[in-house]
Design a binder for this molecule. Structure first.
Ligand SMILES: Nc1ncnc2c1ncn2[C@@H]1O[C@H](COP(=O)(O)OP(=O)(O)OP(=O)(O)O)[C@@H](O)[C@H]1O
Length: 258
């Protein structure tokens, strides 16, 4: 496979601003098939904006997004729907519908994109629940009856509803205790290994970056200022990257340097 074919998502010269606030200023990024890419940057640098712009939820002033080989500005509505079906999203805080049960939440993308008999949708929802380590009976619960970790898992099950090729995770371990966060990281790695998923993960969680990210991209001043494995970050001389990866909080974590 050529290096180009191995790129699932590429962003070129992305510009996003809100009024005079320039957030993304000529950003380039590549995401490779089956990798777990950790995306980091100081608070407010535009990580969520970039993710939302890739998903078409935030307008961009300029830039080319190519996903699964399709230039997004050149696809028609039908092609766009097929592309959207191949992308799963876990928004920060889970964002489940509170009036729906967990199983109904997982069925939302199925109802939106494919016509399936209700019984089959329920069976598929239960398969997704089991994939993320929840029990079939959890499907009948409402989000308010779940722990924080269960909400993240349920939201992940919903992101996996249509068997996507890539999932976008916005701070998936925020709000979890260290054990819960480590279990969630393990789950993401397992799903990548078993389903061949590509994972785009915005995170502030150093443990996640040290343990499951294959590559890390750092956002600063509207651009990706560094991208590579952890070893690249640990050797980088940019001041923010140095203090983030080699600062006081990082030094206790045993690094898995390649
Ligand atoms: N809809 C919007 N309208 C106006 N400004 C916005 C909008 N969305 C984001 N911004 C601005 O874009 C900038 C980047 O925000 P963003 O949420 O992407 O940061 P982030 O890197 O994800 O931060 P954090 O790590 O704190 O979540 C901020 O200055 C924010 O105020």
């Amino acid at each position: 496979m050529s290096a180009e074919a191995d790129i699932v998502l590429s962003v070129r010269d992305m510009h996003v601003r809100f009024g005079s606030n320039v957030v993304l200023d000529g950003l380039d990024l590549d995401v490779r098939r089956r990798e777990i890419l950790g995306f980091v940057g100081a608070s407010g640098t535009g990580k969520s904006v970039l993710m939302r712009a890739i998903l078409g939820l935030t307008p961009r002033q300029a830039g080319r997004i190519t996903i699964f080989g399709h230039d997004l500005s050149a696809v028609d509505d039908d092609e766009r729907i097929l592309i959207d079906m191949r992308m799963g999203v876990l928004f920060q805080h889970g964002a489940l519908f509170s009036a729906l049960t967990v199983a109904e939440n997982i069925e939302v993308p199925m109802r939106e994109y494919v016509q399936l008999p209700p019984k089959l949708m329920r069976e598929l929802a239960i398969v997704k629940l089991e994939m993320v380590g929840l029990k079939p009976a959890d499907g009948d619960k409402y989000p308010s009856e779940l722990s924080g970790g269960m909400i993240k898992r349920a939201a992940l099950a919903r992101a996996l509803s249509l068997d996507p090729d890539i999932v976008f995770l916005d701070e998936p371990t925020s709000g979890l205790d260290p054990i819960g966060a480590a279990e969630f990281d393990e789950l993401i790695a397992k799903l990548r290994d078993t389903m061949g998923l590509t994972v785009y993960m915005v995170t502030h969680d150093l443990d996640s970056l040290f343990t499951v990210a294959d590559r890390i991209a750092v956002l600063g001043e509207g651009k990706v200022i560094a991208a590579g494995p952890l070893s690249t970050m640990l050797a980088h001389d940019n001041a923010w990257i140095k203090s983030y990866f080699r600062g006081k909080r990082a030094r206790h974590i045993p690094a898995k340097v390649e």
